[in-house]
Design a protein around this ligand. Structure first.
Ligand code: ADP
Ligand code: MG
Length: 590
């Protein structure tokens, strides 16, 4: 709070900051707010998605406008209706204690007369999409001839979407001596052109490296045959039972098709693309925000409005044409300080694109292998065990217990457990046992059905801590390395799940590692590491599932703590599928 005060924000805004629960300004806020408050200047601010750009221009704008006047003084242009509404909502929260400040949203797909009416009542700040804004200017429903500030938010996305002409048009209706604040995640040529043409010696601030993706994102690619994209996607989802993801496709048609298939296969999925009506899109987005949809299949354009913080995985079902677009996609995860994974499903012939992206984002991809069926079964089994452990008992089962007790009489505890987890396990097992593993490893080795394939003799481990203990793949790696005194490269393929994780080491360090974790207690709780019977992760592993199984026998991981939301694998979709499946139009290609 003190830090926000030091930036020069007035009392009423600090109260709003407090209500929002912001404790320290983000880097872009720290840099931009004082500049914007102290001087009348143009500004170009480059900062990745999720770095708090809205507040960086929103607070100064509210503080600087003349609340005594009802003239429109500030215009914020943003690429999509969703973003426009988000920004408007945020601005209203910022101006919570400034009752005379009116913020009005203008966007397509809603009544233009109603929007015109709101503006007539006095809107010092307008948040608009370029298309509708231009329309309203042409119809003289809005006057931006006296604005002092113009914000171009997500400028790169606006230009990507082809709004260059509209923006030029709109700007030509604004006074020359206004200040223009341009915010963008990246600085492609077009943005530079706008800056040069419409701005007067702007100050520049950059947060993080220019044109680079967020560093909290791990980038992974999976090489598959061209026909295996969909089965690969399914496996990626099955290895991450708590996945909350956006799956990007290139065309509306593919987007619809992939979503439909996922729904048919029992996943909580939904489609988001331009052929859906606004109402349908709103339904899908709401379900996604509430996490009723775990896999949102979307086109790049439709996904532009998505501002959801907890996305765990971005899956590139197909790579985009533009590298810039990849940056936008992967920026949907790893937000608000969380870590995320961006997965790319590629065919061998597309591998050079991976190289090109690596160059651009200055980060290396991890080459991974599509998990084998057995590995998926193992993960699902642990996940189920955890779910049973974490389930809150419903008191209403009480009256039925005596009868249930009768049915299950004579089954001892061990047998009961085995039967219970088999209910779920068998379904996966049967599915994956029937389906050969995908030929997917970049090294060219092929997994076979049910086979514990080994590539380089690495050892795969299970550990009973995961995300809900506050770990992500980076922090868990550090924790294990420190505990076992391992070197930098001894540990790899760390896969963090909700309440457990997997990782690999070379066989040489295995004994040391197991010794270090023997009877290890952290915060009063045993941290349990065991050798996994699956090679797992990305191909590392050892033969000898039997030995490992024997070793594990009698030790079961019915671990820890709460939570455990997860897709129900019932055949057929969840309760929301009806809604999501509506609006199935055979779309055209972009
Ligand atoms: P960007 O426009 O850069 O993508 P947003 O402005 O949408 O990012 O902010 C992303 C998220 O971070 C929002 O949920 C916002 O409320 C939150 N946020 C912004 N600033 C702060 C802050 N200083 N402290 C905590 N959360 C913040
Ligand atoms: Mg933004």
């Amino acid at each position: 709070m003190e830090k926000f005060k030091a930036l020069g924000l007035q009392e009423s805004l600090l109260d709003a900051v407090r209500d929002l629960g912001f404790e320290t300004p983000s880097e872009v806020q720290e840099k931009a707010i004082p500049i914007l408050l102290e001087s009348e200047t143009d500004l170009v601010a480059l900062a990745q998605t999720g770095t708090g750009k809205t507040a960086a221009f929103g607070f100064p704008l509210i503080q600087k406008i003349d609340r005594g006047s009802r003239t429109t003084q500030g215009l914020i242009l943003s690429p999509t209706r969703e973003l426009c509404l988000q920004i408007t909502n945020e601005m209203k929260l910022y101006a919570k204690y400034e009752r005379s400040v009116n913020v009005v949203a203008i966007y397509g797909g809603a009544s233009i007369t109603e929007q015109a009416r709101q503006i007539k009542r006095g809107a010092q700040i307008i948040v608009a999409t370029p298309g509708r804004m231009k329309d309203m200017i042409n119809r003289r429903l809005v006057d931006i001839g006296k604005i002092d500030y113009c914000v171009l938010d997500e400028a790169d996305e606006m230009l990507n979407m082809g709004f260059m002409e509209d923006i030029k048009d709109i700007l030509s209706n604004t006074p020359n001596d206004k200040s223009t604040w341009l915010f963008s995640a990246t600085m492609p040529k077009e943005v530079a052109t706008i800056a040069k043409k419409f701005m007067h010696s702007p100050q520049e601030i950059t947060v993080g490296a220019k044109n680079s993706g967020a560093t909290t994102v791990q980038h992974e690619y999976y090489v598959v045959g061209g026909r295996d994209r969909y089965p690969a996607l399914k496996r990626l989802a099955d290895t991450n039972p708590d996945i909350f993801s956006v799956v990007f496709c290139r065309t509306k048609r593919d987007t619809q098709k992939v979503a439909e298939k996922l729904i048919e296969d029992g996943y909580n999925a939904g489609a988001l693309h331009g052929d859906l009506s606004q109402n349908q899109r709103d339904l899908v987005m709401n379900a996604f925000r509430k996490k009723q949809i775990q896999m949102l299949v979307a086109t790049d354009v439709a996904a532009r409005g998505i501002d959801v913080d907890d996305i765990t995985h971005v899956i590139n079902y197909q790579l985009p044409d533009e590298i810039e677009t990849y940056t936008h996609r992967s920026g949907r995860t790893g937000r608000a300080g969380k870590s995320g994974i961006s997965m790319v499903i590629v065919t061998r012939s597309e591998l050079r694109k991976i190289k090109a992206i690596e160059k651009k984002i200055k980060q290396e991809f991890v080459a991974k292998t599509i998990p084998t069926g057995m590995e998926i079964c193992e993960i699902q089994l642990y996940h189920l065990a955890n779910k049973i452990k974490d389930t809150k008992i419903n008191p209403d089962v009480e009256p039925y217990l005596p009868a249930i007790g009768d049915v299950l009489a004579g089954i001892d505890r061990d047998e009961l457990i085995q039967k219970m987890v088999s209910v779920e396990f068998t379904r996966f097992y049967n599915y994956y046992n029937k389906n050969n593993d995908l030929k997917s490893s970049p090294a060219g080795q092929e997994g076979k059905k049910g086979d514990f394939t080994s590539s380089n003799g690495a050892v795969r481990y299970f550990i009973n801590v995961g995300e809900k203990d506050g770990y992500d793949w980076m922090t868990l790696k550090d924790f294990i390395k420190e505990t076992a005194g391992l070197g930098r490269d001894d540990l790899f393929k760390v896969d963090v799940k909700d309440s457990f994780s997997f990782f690999n080491t070379e066989p040489e360090v295995s004994d040391r590692l197991m010794a270090a974790f023997k009877d290890l207690k952290v915060a009063g709780r045993f941290v349990n590491v065991e050798i996994s019977s699956n090679p797992g992760g990305a191909g590392g592993g050892r033969r000898g599932g039997h030995r490992d199984k024997a070793k594990r026998k009698g030790k079961k991981h019915f671990n820890d703590a709460p939570k455990g939301k997860r897709r129900e694998h019932s055949k057929g979709a969840g309760p929301h599928s009806g809604k999501r499946r509506s609006g199935r139009k055979k779309g055209n290609f972009f």
